[in-house]
Design a protein around this ligand. Structure first.
Ligand code: ADP
Ligand code: MG
Length: 264
């Protein structure tokens, strides 16, 4: 008899997550899932709890509720095993200013190295490919301290790619980027999803999020307001309720994805 078809477990499952400081909940009962091959956009105003959720989902912050990565409780993973599956690009990542981009990206191979910690020819090839994919070739030999904000962002994305993750979490990877760089990073995330990576990305710009994400999760004051396809999330009603009445939602002239524009 053929084995029954089993729906693969989502790569990330967050159930009823609550993160509090004293009596104040920063994240209050949020549940979400990310599956292979999808880009999920996490949006909401400043202070909504997006970064807190991202940190909790990777073990960087304690909370209550359940977090499962690739079907297993997050807490049951050894760090090395976890970071072969999951890569994170933090909102304000830190690394020594004197480190070169190439050395930073090589750190992404760390969870894959053998016991002696020596990198193989394949590790070095993955590093070079990650540098190219993230668009860092032109400054791969420079130190982090000499980079612009956008270059620095790409360097940390390259490090995450070098981990060859199945699940990629990025916190505002497009903040302060010009329009072309913004679109390039989102296009890269779509290509990764096309290779079955699951992507959870915090985005500031609702129109870009609606254009590039398969699903969106809107948070406000620690709570999940609505989640679903962009057209369900980015409506005048939801956006008005969360961001105030100073915006309009219009259909994009190409394809109809929701566009958020200032009210006149
Ligand atoms: P977002 O990323 O959506 O802008 P954050 O998750 O960074 O929001 O923050 C959510 C709320 O939690 C904010 O009001 C922030 O000031 C507060 N917060 C985050 N970290 C701390 C902390 N360590 N101590 C006190 N308040 C915090
Ligand atoms: Mg944040």
């Amino acid at each position: 008899m053929a084995a029954p078809y089993l729906e693969p477990a989502p790569l990330l499952e967050v159930r009823d997550l609550r993160v509090a400081i004293g009596a104040r909940a920063l994240v209050d009962g949020v549940s979400l899932e990310v599956s292979a091959g999808e880009v999920v956009g996490l949006v909401g105003p400043n202070g909504a709890g997006k970064s807190t959720l991202m940190r909790a989902a990777t073990g960087g912050r304690a909370g209550t509720g359940e977090i499962r990565v690739h079907g297993r409780a997050l807490a049951s993973y050894a760090k090395r095993d976890l970071f072969r599956i999951l890569a994170v690009v933090q909102q304000l990542p830190e690394a020594p200013a004197t480190m070169t981009v190439r050395d930073l990206v090589l750190l992404g191979r760390f969870p894959h190295l053998g016991l002696l910690g020596r990198e193989s020819a394949r590790d070095l090839a993955v590093v070079e490919a990650s540098i190219v994919r993230a668009g860092c070739e032109a400054f791969a030999d420079r130190t982090l301290g000499t980079l612009s904000g956008g270059e620095r962002r790409r360097a940390f994305i390259a490090r995450a790619l070098a981990q060859e993750p199945r699940l990629l979490l990025l916190d505002e990877p497009t903040a302060n980027l010009d329009a072309e760089a913004h679109a390039e990073i989102l296009a890269l995330l779509r290509r990764l999803a096309g290779e079955s990576v699951g992507v959870l990305v915090v985005l500031h710009d609702l129109s870009y999020a609606a254009a590039y994400c398969d699903r969106m999760v809107l948070m406000h004051e620690g709570r999940l307001v609505v989640e679903g396809p962009p057209a369900r999330v980015v409506t005048a009603e939801h956006i008005g309720a969360v961001y105030g009445r100073h915006v309009r939602v219009l259909p994009h002239p190409e394809g109809g994805a929701p566009l958020v524009v200032p009210a006149l």
